[in-house]
Design a binder for this molecule. Sequence first.
Ligand code: UDP
Ligand code: MG
Length: 319
Amino acid sequence: MRPKYSLVIPVYNEEKIITELYRRLSAVIDQLGEPVEVILINDGSRDRTLSLLRELHEKDPRICYISLARNFGHQIAVTAGLNFVRGDAIVVMDADLQDPPELIPVLVEKWQQGYQVVYAQRTQRKKESWLKRLPAYVFYRILRRLADIEIPLDTGDFCLMDRKVVDVLNSMPERNRFIRGLRSWVGLQQTCICFERDPRFAGEVQYTFRKSLSLAAIGLISFSRVPLRISTYLGLLAATVAVLMAILVFYWRIIAPSSPLTGLATIMIAMFFLGAVQLVSIGILGEYVGRIYEEVKGRPLYVLSEVGGFADPDSAYKK
Ligand code: UDP
Ligand code: MG
């Protein structure tokens, strides 16, 4: 029987969480009253996660899993899961129970009212360190100012999407994926529910600072060309400073010849300033060119090593 709801959950080194996740999920999906499939994506875990997923699948056929050949990263893991979904409404959530499964019926209710995307906005993040909260807070606000489209504030990937939206996402070939942005890009009827983000149930944060920074860069670069324009502005600023300095030198030489010319120091400052402007501009340009390079290589987004619970994996394996 074709499931009505699909849950997509990426897991990476989450052996401490899987049993509790299953316990809380099964309570919720029993309550939905329609066929549900849960797709767990093992993103190249190095602990016992995969064998736990196999066991769960043996025990409960609603649980399916796909295993990627190595760690491809959260966004790609979610993408892989979305390629396999069979339901009419698809929920994407984290495995660590920071996105409470008990909210799924609320998301479903909104979907039944006719919304194609229901995303969950965090009003509060409990017990997450300042080092994570502050940059995230700043990033979402910068993104809102710079992005070409409207991307809601403080929203992660926890959401429900209609089949139609997932089909559009699956047809997008880009590999630098910022799913929460692509989801807004699709448009249609979108709405939000608010929730307080619980602390991680157990285990370590898998989104290290470096991974979060890289996701932030992907988000900014895929949805804005303003950083490129910043180089132009910096160039204009350097030109203005040069003109001001020329006027100053002219004044010192002709009108007030007794004033000291600061000589070497002035030249060094000007040199470093110009050098900095050029390097920053090249860096920004490099970020964009680097992404073009990654896109044109056209490698597959991920490689599968194993799937469980899909009758014909080849038909689902589109990318
Ligand atoms: N995750 C993943 N691949 C990664 C990093 C994370 O599949 O390379 C999964 C992880 O198992 C979890 C979700 O992505 O289900 C969110 O990760 P985490 O809780 O570490 O990040 P945060 O809560 O800080 O967003
Ligand atoms: Mg988490």
